[in-house]
Design a protein around this ligand. Sequence first.
Ligand SMILES: *Cc1c(COP(=O)(O)O)cnc(C)c1O
Length: 220
Amino acid sequence: MGIADKLMRIKEKLPENVKLVAVSKTKPAEFILEAYNCGHRCFGENRPQELKQKYEQLPTDIEWHFIGHLQTNKIKYIAPFVALIHSVDSFNLLTEINKEAAKCNRVIDCLLQFYIAREETKFGFNTGQAAQMLSSDSFKLLKNIRVTGVMGMATYTDDDKIVSAEFEYLNKVFKYLKNNFFANSDYFNEISMGMSGDYKLAIEQGSTIVRIGSSIFGNR
Ligand SMILES: *Cc1c(COP(=O)(O)O)cnc(C)c1O
């Protein structure tokens, strides 16, 4: 099966309110064009320079999402055009994104990445840290970013119960933050969770954005 067929098969089974980010990291521009030519417009990358290169090579109506760990000195590569940064894991990073966004006269949408897995290596906030940041005056001064939701990655395991419980937990974190910090805003709506191996479980637990790479483009 080709890329277009795999993409369409996944897409047609997604609920209407769930957005698909086709994760094209490490894959060549031709692969992205194949998905583009069957109507898909939303792609995810995890390396700033690679993303910039692809942005320059490919059609301008693509919506580019950044999904990887972002170093502050590399924000400049993506700030002019990125649609959503999924992986904000510190207040310092958010402050630096705000600076680069201001230089481009933009407001950049961001998700707060939460640490939900059992693995040590995953980046992210815990609920207390996020609550502290969101209630601080210095957060309220950031006018060139907008926090539109949360993101998380589940433990890499075959045990569906563990994965489902982690996604359920992220949904609870989302609701807590929405009720306590975003009750009067209409933009805090996104829960980015679910990859090739676990997106069905994520959707059951309320995901609004799934990030799917290898099931569309093949193994990396
Ligand atoms: C690579 C990656 C994905 C996609 O993973 P697949 O298993 O290939 O679907 C999703 N989210 C993040 C943060 C990633 O780095």
